[in-house]
Design a protein. Structure first.
Length: 131
C-alpha cells in the first residue's frame, strides 16, 4: 500500500479510529481502489509503532462496514466503498474532492488545525441532518 497512514499518539482520537478513518477516506476518494491489498496487521503495527491489536480493531471495523475483506492466504483487500442508501454514487467525484482540497487549503492558511477542520465538518454535517 503506497498511501501513508499515520497515527498521532497525542491526539484525543484513539489510534484505531485514526487508522480506520484514514483508510476509509482513502477508499472513499479512490486512492485505494477495489482489489488493493492492505498491509498485514503486524506489518502496519510495526510501521506505526503500535500494538497489533490496535490495527486489528481498525481492520475489523472496516470489514464490518463492508470496505475491506480479510482472505486467508490472500491478505486483506479493499472491496470498495458501499454507496449510501438512496445514492447511485459509490465515491465522490473530482468536483467534491477539489472542493474538499480547497477547504483544507483555506483553513490551513487561516491557521486552523486539521483536527478543528474535521470537527467543523462533523458539526456542519450533523446540523444539516437535524435541519
Amino acid at each position: 500500500m503506497s498511501p501513508r497512514i499515520s497515527v498521532d499518539l497525542s491526539s484525543a482520537v484513539p489510534p484505531y479510529e485514526q487508522i480506520r478513518g484514514q483508510i476509509s477516506s482513502l477508499i472513499a476518494i479512490g486512492v485505494l481502489a477495489a482489489g488493493s491489498r492492505l498491509p498485514t496487521v503486524r506489518s502496519l503495527a510495526a510501521d506505526l509503532g503500535i500494538a497489533a491489536g490496535t490495527v486489528a480493531r481498525a481492520y475489523k471495523e472496516l470489514e464490518q462496514a463492508g470496505l475491506i475483506e480479510s482472505r486467508r492466504r490472500n491478505g486483506t483487500i479493499v472491496v470498495g466503498h458501499p454507496a449510501e442508501p438512496g445514492s447511485t454514487a459509490a465515491a465522490p467525484g473530482a468536483e467534491v474532492i477539489a472542493a474538499v482540497d480547497g477547504l483544507i487549503r483555506t483553513a490551513r492558511a487561516a491557521g486552523v488545525s486539521d483536527e478543528t477542520i474535521i470537527d467543523l465538518l462533523r458539526g456542519r454535517l450533523a446540523s444539516k441532518l437535524e435541519g
